[in-house]
Design a binder for this molecule. Structure first.
Ligand SMILES: *Cc1c(COP(=O)(O)O)cnc(C)c1O
Length: 354
């Protein structure tokens, strides 16, 4: 286990903490006092340092800006009832980060830098982890190519960084979702399974158009037939049909393998309900709705954990749900909250102490 002494640590001279108002911290707006930086050059990761949070300089020819070799992760740290700070399943994000890296022809990051670096950084900025219910510290690891030359080719220099952002009670209002037929997010053989920057840029236009129609997010469908559902905005999606939970499978490589998705699958199974990971067509969803068997629809992801979907529209067919009668989504949400807050035994070993 690496200790702070193993990384070069430069502490800030003046903490921003006293000027923070924790009653008003919109998601992703404020950053803590420190950040982690590691540089890759000549085939290896060089020195790792923790420094005061600050701007970095980038050459105008920086390859990532032109050709988009850039990946990221989203992780959260929580302070539990026992006042300990724990990170939720960071090893899963570590594995997924390297899956994204390989797809983008970028170097793997060692666990030592990703997980232990993250722990050390969070430890240094521990006071930024709020104790209040539903508050957390959002952790954003990312990597991009820093080659200073124009030309499409894999980079030879990369920068890996971790920044931290305290986040308030992420109240996610029940969403209205539009099943998208014109634009696609991911095709088989593409990069849908990777957390790569370009996927999000490519989703903005479709999301804006859905917003103009009065919807909050998009339900993405498969690229070939526009028939099978994939995911919802930047969340995985679950459908409770009859007495089963159904979520699209990961086999096509078009869906991000969410850590929350995996956690929700395990909790649903733990509650004695069957989970099916398989292709799910919009026709089957509509059919289940017509038969009054479609009971709940919700999205899962690190930012909001569980977001209920109160309306789903496909073409002119609108499905409305009475979320007050739901049982699965609220139960899963509260179990996840309880595990994070140390109120329920962490029997899956998800919480990693810093
Ligand atoms: C990050 C992300 C998710 C959710 O993954 P978690 O690990 O649960 O946060 C789902 N879909 C997309 C496209 C994502 O980027």
């Amino acid at each position: 286990m690496t200790t702070l002494e193993d990384f070069k640590v430069t502490k800030t001279k003046q903490s921003k903490l006293p000027s923070m108002n924790f009653d008003d911290i919109p998601f992703g707006k404020y950053f803590t006092d420190h950040m982690l930086v590691a540089d890759y050059e000549n085939g290896e990761w060089g020195s790792v340092s923790i420094q005061p949070y600050q701007s970095i300089t980038i050459d105008p020819s920086c390859a990532a800006l032109h050709y988009g070799q850039a990946i990221f992760e989203g992780v959260k740290a929580y302070r539990n009832q026992q006042h300990e700070v724990c990170i939720f399943r960071p090893y899963e994000n570590f594995k997924r980060f390297n899956i994204s890296a390989r797809r983008m022809e970028m170097p793997d990051i060692p666990e030592e830098i990703f997980v232990n670096g993250m722990k050390q950084l969070v430890k240094l900025d521990e006071k930024w982890v709020p104790e209040k219910h539903d508050f957390s510290l959002y952790i954003r690891p990312f990597m991009f190519s820093t080659d200073e030359a124009i030309g499409v080719k894999p980079g030879s220099r990369y920068k890996f960084m971790i920044i931290l952002s305290p986040t308030g009670p992420y109240y996610s209002a029940p969403m209205r979702i539009y099943a998208e037929e014109k634009y696609v997010r991911a095709a088989k053989g593409g990069v849908g399974f990777a957390k790569v920057a370009g996927n999000y840029a490519a989703s903005l236009l479709a999301t804006s158009e859905a917003k103009r129609k009065g919807y909050d997010q998009i339900l993405w469908m498969d690229a070939n037939e526009h028939k099978y559902v994939q995911e919802c905005g930047t969340m995985n999606v679950f459908f409770i049909i009859g007495n089963k939970a159904i979520t699209p499978d990961l086999d096509q490589g078009t869906i991000l393998a969410g850590v929350t998705r995996d956690s929700v699958i395990r909790l649903i199974e733990d509650m004695g309900m069957q989970v099916e990971e398989r292709p799910l067509s919009i026709d089957e969803i509509i059919e289940a709705f017509r038969k009054e068997e479609l009971r709940e629809v919700f999205g899962t992801g690190t930012a909001a954990t569980i977001s209920m979907i109160k309306e789903l529209r496909y073409k002119d067919f609108v499905m409305n749900f009475d979320i007050n009668n739901w049982s699965v989504a609220p139960k899963i949400k509260s179990r996840l909250d309880n595990i994070k807050e140390g109120k329920e035994e962490d029997k899956f070993g998800w919480m990693v102490k810093i």
